[in-house]
Structures are given as structure tokens and as C-alpha cells.
Design a protein around this ligand. Sequence first.
Ligand SMILES: [Zn+2]
Length: 275
Amino acid sequence: MKVFISFDMEGVAGIVDWSQCIPPGQPYEEGRRLLLGEVNAAIDGALAAGATEIVCNDSHGAMNNLDPELLHGQATYVSGRHKPLYMMQGLEAGADVVFMVGYHGSISGESSILSHTYNPSVVSHVTLNGVRVGESGINALVALACGVPIGLITGDRQTAAEADPFLADAERVVVKESFTRFGAVNQHPEVARARIAEAARRAVERAANLRRPAIPLPATLEVHLQTADMAEVASWVRGAERTGVRTVTIGGDDPMAMFRSFVAVTYITRQSEGR
Ligand SMILES: [Zn+2]
């Protein structure tokens, strides 16, 4: 039983500010400690249910936020930048179930701590098959392509709600209630970790019976950008078609190709940032 964990940071209990997510500094040291606690809780739960191999993909910022030595379960650590599959790098090698830990709400959704969709300076709204989607649903394209179910998602309540249309079978752990993008009622980290471990255990036990992500193919990913310049640059990406002043559309029946086009859009549009 192999478990693939894609972890972000903004959705961890106790994290409400960018200073806790961006090095260097004391708040970041606190943030990465809280993150490690939740990732290890997910690993512990998976191991308790019989998981034999854990791969952790660091999906936040420069993607090297943890001390590899402190990961439980002798987990493999996928870290560092310029990953072709970004938040899902490593899943292409296969797994039995995917966990999404520390996830956050989309940029265009209801208030959610530090909400964004890949790049908050560029992406203003994304829909998948006409439904607003956050990083969980976009990343689910890779799980769909690899034929692996998503068994767990953790974050605030908005994160769980946005996963509903695409990840119907996933265990959800709500670790905080956001009241703005920079304020939340957080569960105590020990409580959050215990609940994550318990949900991870259930997810591994259910893995064989979990359905694949609910994304009918052919699918359409509509990406709304902050400016027309960004949409123009985005349209240079293979598979991305300019469909509006500030919109590109990525479509097709190959979810991996769609995701790769989306990742390319997030990379290339950094060239057109700035006001
Ligand atoms: Zn992040």
C-alpha cells in the first residue's frame, strides 16, 4: 500500500499569515513546525492502517519546507523547484491513494485563509467543467490520469467545500474556520493532528473502494487571469487557447496533458506580472 501525500501550507491549523509561510524568520519556523506536525499525522495514520510506502511531495513555495530527517515512516521526500507536475510531482510513478494535506481555498471563492489558485498575482478565477475549482480539483486531473483515488483532504471549511464536486469520496478534515483571508478560528494543533491521523487511517482502509476523481471527460479548464497581457502570454502555451480578454481555455480528454498545460500557464505568466 503506497500513499502519495501532496502537502501545501496555508491550510494548516494555526497558520493565518504569509509570514508563517515564507522564510526566513521566526513566524516561518513556527509555520513549518506546524506543517510538519500535520504531515507526520497523516503518515502515522496511513502506517497504522498498513501503508508500506509513503511519498511526500512538498508543494509550497520553494518546495523544501521540511527537514527531511524529521519525516515519519522513512517517507520519500519530493522537494525543490521546477517540478513538471508541480503539486503532484511523484504521483506519475504510481500510488494506491492520494492525500492532500494543508490545502487552502481558491482565489475566487468565499473567504479562506491565504486563498489563491497557484499564483495570486496572476490567476483570478478557474473553473473545471463550469464549476469553480481550487487547487484540489485542478490537481485531481493528475490523480485521474494516473487512475489513483484521492482519499483525504485537510484545510479550512472552504477548502473542504470546494473539493466536494470533484473529490466526493475523500475524507475531509476541517482544521480551522476562516472568517477572512487573514483570520480564522484554529483547532489546537494536537487536535488537528489527531483528527488528520484518524482520517488518514480510514482513507487507507477504504482505498480499494474509493472512486476516481469525478471529472467527466472531455473536460474544460477555464483560467481567468488578472490582465489581458497575462492571457496573451498564457495563450503561447501548448493546449491553451485564448477565449476572452483575460481568459484562456484548456480542454481535451487527456487530463495529464490538461494539467501540464495549466502548469505551463502558471510558469510562463510570471513573465507578465507587475502593475
Ligand atoms: Zn502554498
